[in-house]
Ligand binder design. Structure first.
Ligand SMILES: Cc1cc2nc3c(=O)[nH]c(=O)nc-3n(C[C@H](O)[C@H](O)[C@H](O)COP(=O)(O)OP(=O)(O)OC[C@H]3O[C@@H](n4cnc5c(N)ncnc54)[C@H](O)[C@@H]3O)c2cc1C
Length: 231
């Protein structure tokens, strides 16, 4: 069982939003690189793994290519690609909590770098070496490795990645979620490894990451990650 969440933003049902809705424009305009502008048929706002599975399956069944967005800090046009007919926005998923079953701290993909730094520090006084821009989304960030101000001292965020949950589509066009860990006995370990630098948007939709230092032991969440530096 998990301990209470440290952040609990507005809970939303899965929302399907068309171009006439102002929230559609908010998702499109979130993209950092204004050189590209998406024109999807609709945007999906999701708040759980189950909602992502359903949203992916719906888009696949409709034959609509889809892209996922978290923080909108894509430097390329991957999310705003005009071929993408559906954008799934996971940014409502921002929970950061200690997961006792996994023995690791879970961070949902919609949390930003700034929100993650704050939640980790305020709850446990710990840190992971994330990027230098607070509005970057964890969803697209960590899977690229993620470097920042602390990387000379602590390495990459990916060095602390214990596990990842990913929504994928199989050859029968059925969507499902899978958890991959760095445990050598895990048959999904290759999928975990792919998320330690393979780049976002390549393997599936990340719903959440779990973080724990490779040499951590015990079940005290305050001892699972590096202590935050003195300010
Ligand atoms: C101003 C700026 C500063 C930056 N600084 C740093 C830095 O200091 N260190 C560093 O390492 N990087 C840095 N980056 C790069 C940043 O980490 C990547 O661009 C990252 O992919 C952005 O993720 P996002 O979720 O914010 O972006 P989005 O635009 O939402 O997505 C970017 C890519 O990730 C995919 N993606 C998004 N969410 C998910 C998800 N849940 N599952 C799977 N794929 C997903 C998208 O489909 C897209 O291909 C910076 C980028 C910008 C624009």
């Amino acid at each position: 069982m998990s301990t209470p969440q440290t952040t609990d933003y507005t809970q939303v049902e899965s929302l399907k939003i068309g171009p006439e809705d102002p929230r559609y424009r908010a998702v499109i305009n979130k993209q950092f690189n204004k050189r590209y502008a998406a024109t999807p048929d609709y945007v999906r706002l999701v708040n759980s793994t189950e909602q992502i599975v359903a949203a992916v399956e719906e888009a696949v069944n409709e034959g609509r290519p889809l892209a996922v967005t978290s923080g909108g800090h894509c430097l390329e046009g991957f999310v705003s690609d005009p071929d993408m007919r559906v954008i799934i926005d996971v940014s409502p998923m921002k929970r950061v909590y200690y997961d006792a079953e996994m023995g690791a701290i879970a961070v949902e993909a919609g949390a930003t770098v700034g929100e993650t730094f704050r939640a980790l520090f305020e709850a446990w006084g710990v840190v992971i070496p994330l990027g230098e821009y607070p509005q970057i989304g964890m969803g697209g960030h960590v899977v690229g490795g993620a470097f920042g101000f602390l990387c000379r001292q602590l390495g990459l965020a990916a060095d602390y990645l214990y596990a990842v949950e990913v929504v994928m589509v199989d050859e029968d066009e059925r969507a499902s979620s899978v958890v991959a860990t760095r445990e050598t006995s895990d048959p999904n370990r290759d999928l975990w490894w792919a998320h330690t630098g393979g780049g976002a948007g390549n393997f599936g939709i990340v719903t959440r990451y779990w973080f724990r230092s490779p040499d951590a032991s015990g079940n005290d969440p305050a001892a699972l990650l590096p202590r935050a530096p003195e300010s």
